[in-house]
Structure formats: C-alpha cells, structure tokens
Design a protein around this ligand. Structure first.
Ligand code: UDX
Length: 445
C-alpha cells in the first residue's frame, strides 16, 4: 500500500511540499495552526505568489473540479497523527528578535503537538532549517513523548522561491540524515520518482544533514558578497564587474551562477541562515571558523547603503528633502511576493527616513510591502511610480522592468536618471533614450 504522508506547516516550503507529494502519487494531509490558511488551501488557493503552485494544488486538492483528491488539509493534530506513515515538519525558523540565533519555537511546538498523537509506527522527517544538533534533541522528544514506535530523519530543503515547484519535484539532490536503514528505505520510497529521474540521494548522519543546508546557503551568500566586494573594487578602480563576473565565470571551477553584483541578497533564508550559523558555531566553540560570514554579511549590508548614496548623488549630493524617488521593485527577488529582508524595501525605507518622497512599485509585492512599510507611497504601475521622479531606482529584476520602454518612461519623470541596482537593464537602450544610466560596479559611461 502506498505511504500516507502528512505535512506540518503550510508556508512556502510546506504548501509546495504537500502539493508535490500528492503529485508524486501519495495521499497527503497538510496541517497548519492558522485556520485561515487551511481554509484558503482547501479551496485551492495559495496564500503567497509562487509560479505554478496554485495549479499543482488544484490538480490534487480534494473537492476541486477534476482533481485527484489526494490532498487534504486540517488543523487537527489527532487527525494527522492517525493518518500518516511519514510526517514532514516544514515550519519556519525565523531570526530571533534582537539576536542572530534562529527561533526554534515553531519547530519545538510542532514536535510537542505531534508526538503524543503518534500511536503506530511512524517516521517524522524534519525539513526546517535548524541549528546543528537540533535533530538529536528532537529525536529524544519523540522518544519520550510518542506512545508509538517513532523515528526521526532530517531532510533539508533547498528550494528557491520563484522555482519552488520545479525544485521540489526535480531536486538537484536529496539529502537524508538517518539513524537506521529502515528510515532510509522509507525515504527512498517517498523520493523514488525524482531518484529514478536522476536526483542524487545522499545519506548522512543527523548533524551532517543539518549542516549541508547551512553550508550551502553560506556558500551562496559568500559567492554573492564576493562579487559585490569585487564591485566595490571595480568602482574604485574604474573596472566593470559585469565583465569581470563573466570572465571569471568561464572558469568551470568558479562557474557563472550567483555572480550577479548589485544591491545584494535578502529574503527569508540567506541573511538569517548565515547569522544563525555564526551563532550556533559560537555555541559550539567553533566561532573562528565562521568569522568570514560576518564579512559576507557586512559586504551585503554595505550594498544597500551604497545604493542610498548613489541616489543621493543623483539628486544633487545633499539632502533628500523635497526630492522624489521612484523605486522599481519591493520583493527580495523577482517572481515572488516575498518582501522579507528585501534590499529594495530597505533602500526605499532609508531614503524615506532621510526625507525623500519615495514611491514604490512591485508587480506582486505591493501588498506585503505596504504591511511592512505602510508609510511609503505605492503605485500600481512603473509608469505611475516614476511620475515626477528626480531619480529612478531599479532594485528587483522583474522581467516587466527589463521590458520597460525608456523613451515612454522618460516623458513622465522630472530627471532622467536611472540607477540599476541589479545590473539587469539594457544600459545602452536607456542611454539612447536620453537617460543617465548608472549601474553598481560599472563605469559611469
Ligand atoms: C535560497 C537558496 O538559493 C535556496 O537553495 C534555499 O533553499 C533558500 O535560500 P531564495 O531565498 O529563494 O533561495 O533565493 P535565491 O535565489 O538564493 O536569492 C537570494 C538573494 O540573493 C536574492 O535577494 C537575490 O536577488 C540575491 N542574488 C542572487 C544576488 O544578489 N546575486 C546573485 O547572483 C544571485
């Protein structure tokens, strides 16, 4: 009989994982402690913008027209405990307020709520990004609090927002931290389809599985800050970081990906993961090993300040008072409505706090941005955002912005100056339309 799967927590990770498990042919029950989320998901809608996710959900959610009916949602722990053979814990681990460490309260609460309801044999699989050592501790919680024969595995998730569905269905690797061949066998069954399609399946112990995730994100963050550090040097020396990235990227050992210089990384993962990793290494007495991540973080944060200074220079070099600044982009990356720790919003906020009149437009992120920064002005289109602007800042590389017609936009602004914080626009086209185009880490033209 096919395995029955539950997914606990229905955010980006959980909602996608639940729908993907149903797509792979399993019966799936998703749980969240927020009843409104469950209501929304049960009606075939997702609470965030993620390309392809709603279609996938509708293909499987019970009650939707023509669906397989393999996917249901609930708020009942009892139902989840009775239903599943394999329980995936997908709750989030945000940064603690005022500290670098990550907040484990949602993970802890999930395990505490689930454990007493596990009466039969079951495998609990942690997918949340956690400090190394958590799995060992949580395995003890299950041992002490579950009436049934329950085991724990750790199976980190590497999905990227904007590509969540594809990354989940076709992962570039599957990592499982296990303590028994039984747990490994169950997870091989769960992931049989992607493994058959070629996804490597890496079996480790608990701490290695936990570390793989934080190490991967630290490497990616380091790569971005490396190229941004090169951008700083290029600016000082008159070089071109885009050409430099292209040239070093031809070396296969370096590779071209994740070498896009600009306002740097943000989002719900990279910034908080490198900080939590440093905090955990400190607790383990290995803080020296990760001091370089402090530099990675500070190069990254410096990019935001640098963009503010470029904008100041563009409006005359003094105060922002009385200056109109248009910001194109609010999300931390395109194809997402996620504004968590977004460089775009951070820059917009800094300029506004210094007296600038800032108008933001994002194709999908306006609503979330408004909740976070209600005092900024928001426009419904790029055209509207730039009206009367003294300078335009391009801070999230949505396709829509790459396709803007600089000549048309030029009619609406007060000053034709565009600062490209993502090195993604066609500088020549903007210049040809009479704009001053400036990009980060590139010569002024
Ligand atoms: C990241 C990891 O990529 C993913 O594997 C992990 O599971 C979660 O964290 P995500 O946060 O969705 O995924 O975004 P990612 O595509 O990694 O981009 C992170 C940030 O880096 C964005 O703000 C993006 O704009 C920025 N970035 C990325 C750059 O500034 N330059 C680059 O070259 C690449």
């Amino acid at each position: 009989m096919a395995l029955k799967i539950t997914v606990i927590g229905t955010g980006y990770l959980g909602a996608t994982h639940a729908a993907a498990m149903a797509e792979l042919g399993f019966e799936v029950l998703g749980l969240d402690v927020v009843p409104e989320k469950i209501e929304l998901l049960s009606s075939g809608r997702v609470p965030m913008y993620e390309p392809g996710l709603e279609d996938l959900l509708r293909r499987h959610v019970a009650g939707a027209e023509g669906s397989t009916g393999r996917l249901r949602f609930t708020t009942s722990w009892e139902e989840v405990g009775a239903f599943g053979d394999v329980h995936f814990v997908c709750v989030n681990t945000p940064q603690k307020h005022g500290e670098y460490a990550c907040d484990m309260s949602f993970v802890d609460a999930a395990f505490a709520s689930l454990a007493p309801h596990l009466h039969g044999p079951a495998l609990v699989v942690g997918k949340s990004t956690v400090p190394v050592g958590s799995a060992e501790r949580l395995a003890r919680v299950l041992e002490e609090q579950s009436p049934g024969d329950v085991e724990l595995a750790w199976n980190p998730e590497f999905l990227r927002e904007g590509f969540a569905v594809d990354d989940t269905l076709h992962p570039d690797r599957i990592v499982v931290g296990v303590r028994s061949t039984h747990a490994e066998k169950l997870l091989r069954e769960v992931y049989a389809t992607p493994v058959a399609e070629g996804s490597p399946f890496v079996v480790t112990d608990y701490p290695t599985a936990e570390l793989v995730k934080t190490a991967a994100n630290s490497f990616l963050a380091t790569k971005i800050s490396f190229i941004n550090a090169m951008a700083e040097v290029c600016e000082a020396a008159g070089g071109d970081v885009v050409k430099l990235a292209e040239a070093i990227g031809h070396d296969e050992r370096i590779g071209r990906k994740f070498l896009r210089a600009g306002v740097g990384f943000g989002g719900g993962c990279l910034p908080k993961d490198i900080r939590a990793f440093m905090a955990r290494a400190g607790e383990l007495g290995a803080d020296q090993a990760l001091t370089f991540l402090r530099e990675v973080d500070s190069v990254n944060m410096r990019r935001r300040g640098h963009m503010v200074e470029l904008a100041r220079e563009a409006v005359g070099g003094g105060s922002f008072l009385g200056k109109r600044v248009a910001v194109l982009g609010a999300t931390f990356k395109p194809d997402s409505d996620d504004v968590r720790d977004s460089p775009a919003l951070n820059v917009a906020g800094q300029i506004q706090l210094q007296g600038g009149q800032v108008t933001v437009y994002d194709p999908k992120g306006n609503d979330n941005a408004r909740r976070l920064f209600p005092t900024l002005a928001y426009a419904d289109s790029a055209q509207e955002a730039v009206r009367g602007a003294d300078v335009v800042l391009h801070l999230t590389e949505w396709r829509e912005f790459r396709e803007l017609d600089p000549a048309v936009l030029g009619e609406a602004v007060s000053g034709r100056i565009i600062l490209d914080g993502r090195n993604a626009l066609d500088g020549e086209a903007w210049r040809a339309a009479g704009w001053t185009y400036r990009a980060m880490g590139r010569p002024r033209a």
